[in-house]
Design a protein around this ligand. Structure first.
Ligand SMILES: [Zn+2]
Length: 286
């Protein structure tokens, strides 16, 4: 599976493909009127329609600080079709080489592969751990509520049972879990930031080295049409209003800081920059 290597200051970063699916914009944004999607496609002069099947990647970021190898998210489980371990093998690495896995949120394509990293410490925000272990039912409901209108009851029930298991996984990790506050350093220049909306526990990761920076926005947004329309939310976004507010503040910060922006579901290699122009934002592929 593909890998792409780049540098943020002294830190060597690798974008690693975990999975690739295809999905049309209509399928990605089922709650948004297709005519509105078409307007934005035309405004950006994109060569597609609402029904064009486009690749949707799941990518994971590996940061090598020289001292530590830090994986941001664990990808899908291998049984569910995750290829992250193969992508690591392309870099001559095995899961045992990973020191820390930082968890941005408790969705299957981000935590499904946690079991592969038996030697790593698992880093996550205190609020995420607390939400999942003390309020599991509310977190499961948060996860499935937008699916209620489009999925049959049995599928929803199976998803809910699968999600609830995450709370048990967290408890079983015991002292391998390292809880951090937003802004607290995980390694020099590396910290998590609050980015609620996609999920209640959704967070991002900031990496700064030698004046260069990267913002890992995880699943805060996935497609260029959302830059002008942060109100365009997908089936997986639990709280659209909070998400739009979060997106606006992340976009402003990304444009001001000239940071490399890593998105878990951007087209591979999953890195872009954001430019501010006449009150709106532009997606710049790297
Ligand atoms: Zn995701």
């Amino acid at each position: 599976m593909s890998t792409h290597t780049f540098q943020i200051g002294d830190y060597t970063c690798h974008s690693l493909v975990d999975f690739t699916r295809v999905r049309s914009l209509r399928h990605n944004f089922p709650k948004i009127n297709p005519a509105e999607l078409t307007n934005e496609i035309e405004a950006l002069a994109l060569d597609l329609t609402v029904d064009t099947e486009i690749p949707l990647h799941g990518s994971v970021l590996l940061v090598d600080t020289g001292e530590k190898k830090i994986l941001i998210d664990a990808g899908l489980s291998t049984a569910a079709g995750g290829h992250l371990v193969q992508s690591l093998a392309n870099l001559d690495l095995t899961p045992e080489d990973i020191d820390l896995v930082v968890v941005t949120h408790g969705d299957g394509d981000h935590i499904g592969g946690l079991g592969n990293y038996a030697k790593a410490k698992i880093v996550m925000p205190t609020n995420s751990y607390t939400l999942w272990t003390q309020d599991t039912d509310a977190m499961v409901e948060d996860f499935i509520k937008l699916f209620r209108e489009v999925q049959p009851e049995e599928e929803l029930a199976a998803t809910a049972i699968g999600r609830a298991k995450y709370a048990d996984v967290l408890k079983q990790l015991g002292d391998r879990v390292v809880l951090v506050e937003f802004g607290e350093e995980i390694a020099p220049g590396i910290s998590m930031f609050e980015a609620s909306g996609h999920r209640r526990d959704h967070a991002g990761v900031q990496i700064i080295s030698q004046g260069e920076s990267l913002m890992h926005i995880a699943d805060a947004w996935r497609h260029p049409i959302q830059l002008k329309r942060p109100d365009f939310y997908c089936l997986f976004d639990s709280d659209p209003e909070t998400l739009a507010t979060t997106m606006n503040s992340l976009l402003e910060k990304a444009a001001q800081s000239d940071a490399v922006v890593f998105g878990a579901h951007f087209p591979f290699p999953a890195i872009i920059k954001i430019a501010a122009e006449n009150g709106s934002y532009q997606w710049i592929d790297l």
